[in-house]
Design a protein around this ligand. Sequence first.
Ligand SMILES: [Zn+2]
Length: 316
Amino acid sequence: MNNQVFAQVMNTLAERRRQNEREEERRRAEVIAKCPEIGQVMDTRREAVMKSVYSAFALPAEEDLPQKVEAWNARIRQLLVENGYPENYLEPVFQCALCEDTGYVGTGKKQLCTCAKALYAALLEQDGSFKEEETFETFDPRRFPETALDAGGETQRGRMLKFRDYCEKYADSLPHPEKKNLLLYGGSGLGKTFLLRCIHARARQRDIPALCLTANQLIRIARKAIFDRAQEDLDALYETDLLLIDDLGTEPLIPNVTVEELFNLINERQNAGLCTVLSTNLSLTDLQARYTERILSRLLDKRACQVLRFLGKDIR
Ligand SMILES: [Zn+2]
C-alpha cells in the first residue's frame, strides 16, 4: 500500500466528516427556523441530560430519564414529519453507512471499509501516469543535441541541464520552494513531461503528498464532480501539497467547466500556498487565447511562478 495515497484517503475522509458536521448543523438551523418547538424540545432534552451527567455522583440519578428522552425523541420525530421532513432528518449524516465515514469497520482488529478501499483505488488510478524509471537519477543529458539554440551559444543540452537543475532544486525544496508554481512550455518531444515526472518521483521519495495527472484526466474528474456529485476526487486535487498537470491544452473545452475549473483550482491552490506544476505544448499566446487573460495572469504572477521555455529539436 502506498502511504501517500493512503494519507490522502484519510484526509478525504476527514474532510467528509467535517462536511457531515456542517450539514448536520445546517439541518438543525433549517428545522428550528421552520419549527421552533423542535428547538425547544432539543434544549429541554439537552439540559436534562447534562444535569443528570453533572449530578450523577452527588444525587440519585433521575430514574425515568431514559423514558423522558425517548418521549422527547418521539416528539421531535413527529414534529419533523408534520413539517414535511423525514423523521431521521436530524440524525447523524454520513455518506457510508458501514463505517460512518471513519474508513474502518469492525471491532477489535479494525479493517478498512470498502469505501476507503474504493477511494484508494481511484486515487491510485488517477496517479497511473507515474513511472518509476523517470527520475532525476536516470536523466540522460546525452539524449539532447549540442546544437546552438541562439546566437548566445546556449545549446539544447545546456538548457536542459539548467532546467533539470532548476526542477531538482524545486523538488528538493518542496513543499516550500521559492516559487510555488512552475510552467514548462514549448514544442513536443523536448523533455517537459520527463522533467515533470522527475519532480513527481522526487516528491514521492521525500514523502510529499503529490498527484500527477493529465489535463484531460483533470477535466474528467471535474465533470464527474459537477454532474455525478462525486466531489472527493476533485477535493484531493485542491488539497494535495503538489499537483502536476501534464499536457495542458489537450483537454476538451467544456463550456462552464474547463476554464472555470482550471481558474478555481489554480487560484485556490495559490491562495492556500500549495505547489502546482504544469506542462503544455502551447505558446503563451495560445494559452492566453484558450484560457483567458484572467487565468494566465493569475498563473504567471511573477512572484509565484517560474516559467521554463523548452526549445530545440524533438528528441523522440
Ligand atoms: Zn465506509
